[in-house]
Design a protein around this ligand. Structure first.
Ligand SMILES: [Zn+2]
Length: 400
């Protein structure tokens, strides 16, 4: 499965700290390797889930062995051992599925932050949705799953192998085929829903395509949920919850984007900014921001006391809070300051800044003046505050 951009876990607008929570969830993963520069992470929930998956795979193995009339005595490894091998194999296959999404993204010049393997499958954190390439990007994953299914089925038919290896190959083929088909269901934010939105985009435009795709996604989620409850399939119920949340979050994001379109970034900017020297401790800066009720600070590098003074970045209260929670006591603000803070000009269209915040990558957008000085920040809290008023005023206006 695959929820790009995980608006999925929660409506990102519902709390200013949601990007932080989301980042926390995925950054907890252990980076095990890098492929084409993309960190591949294993999430802790995977460890809990793998034994269960091994158990399921073992029953599938036993069932297929029985259907092929292979006697129990002919097996050299117990079904549970095959279950464990198949479970690990499945996660390698899920990684290949995610890599297929990621490689299409990279080919279109879209950055991929990370791939995380977790309980319900894989998640590719892809920098931004690109409506033009979305259908292909989304289709590449299931295509890879079908390719793996076909490959293992061919191996089962063509290779001379012991009977139990054949059973495992057949089980692997079936599981990957199911994975491909399931992901192609039009339940946004699953792959099929993204393919649908990508296809609708050209005819309906982004906003309407999103409305249709997320409405179908929510309906499918209800269907999954009911079916899961009736068949006691807990995994399906969990998937239903994630799909519903993901579809709602995307719908919320899309209508927010509509509201922001045409408005300048300056409207949503706060200038409650202080200064911090790069060699100060995060704690000292955090205390100062709290005392003066500030949202963030320009970070200033001042090696020769005034002469070489220059702004090297910004740090927000959320960045500092995260650092302090990690116990990075010895570090300096210059060392913990986020790199790659998204930038905007005061006159830029505000809907563009939404993407950077919604991706959960940044806690704020730095607004720069002509001289590249930071004059303010846009945070999801600021956008939320302005939209709450705009929404209330709109509703009052409509009610009159
Ligand atoms: Zn996928």
């Amino acid at each position: 499965m695959h929820w790009r951009r995980l608006g999925g876990l929660r409506r990102w607008l519902s709390a200013p700290s949601v990007p932080a929570i989301r980042r926390h969830m995925f950054d907890q993963g252990l980076t095990v390797l890098r492929i084409r520069g993309i960190p591949i992470r294993l999430h802790v929930t995977l460890l809990i889930f793998l034994p269960y998956l091994a158990y399921l795979a073992a029953s599938q193995f036993t069932f297929i062995a029985a259907s092929l009339e292979i006697p129990r005595e002919a097996l050299r490894l117990p079904p549970l051992a095959w279950g464990a091998i198949l479970a690990v194999g499945l996660f390698v296959a899920v990684l290949a599925h995610e890599l297929a999404h990621a490689l299409v993204a990279l080919k279109n010049g879209i950055r991929v932050r990370a791939i995380t393997l977790m309980m319900l499958g894989g998640v590719s954190q892809i920098e931004r949705d690109d409506p033009e390439h979305e259908a292909w990007m989304a289709f590449a994953g299931p295509l890879m799953s079908f390719g793996i299914a076909l490959g293992s089925y061919a191996a089962y038919r063509l290779l001379p192998a012991p009977a139990e290896v054949g059973v495992a190959l057949l089980a692997f083929a079936i599981t990957n085929a199911i994975l491909g088909v399931f992901n192609l269901l039009p339940a946004f934010p699953m792959d099929g829903g993204r393919v649908l939105r990508g296809l609708l985009h050209r005819r309906l435009g982004r906003a309407r395509a999103t409305r249709v795709a997320t409405a179908i996604g929510k309906a499918m989620a209800v269907a999954f949920g009911l079916f899961g409850l009736l068949s006691w399939n807990l995994i399906l119920v969990l998937i239903a919850v994630f799909v519903h949340m993901g579809a709602s979050a995307e719908q919320a994001r899309s209508s927010t984007r509509d509201l922001l379109r045409g408005l300048p970034v300056a409207r949503f900017m706060t200038d409650r900014l202080g200064d911090a020297y790069a060699d100060e401790s995060p704690r000292a800066v955090a205390e100062r921001l709290l005392r003066h009720n500030l949202v963030g600070a320009r970070v200033i590098d001042d090696p020769r006391g005034g002469e070489g003074r220059r702004e090297i970045g910004v740090v927000t209260v959320w960045d500092l809070a995260r650092q302090l929670a990690r116990g990075a006591e010895a570090a300096t603000v210059g060392a913990v300051m986020p790199v790659d803070v998204p930038r905007a000009r005061a006159g830029d269209d505000a809907s563009g800044s939404l993407d950077a915040l919604a991706s959960g990558e940044a806690s704020a957008i730095a607004v720069l003046d002509e001289g590249e000085h930071v004059i303010g920040l846009v945070t999801s809290a600021e956008i939320q505050r302005a939209l709450a008023l705009a929404g209330a005023l709109g509703a009052a206006g409509a009610g009159r």
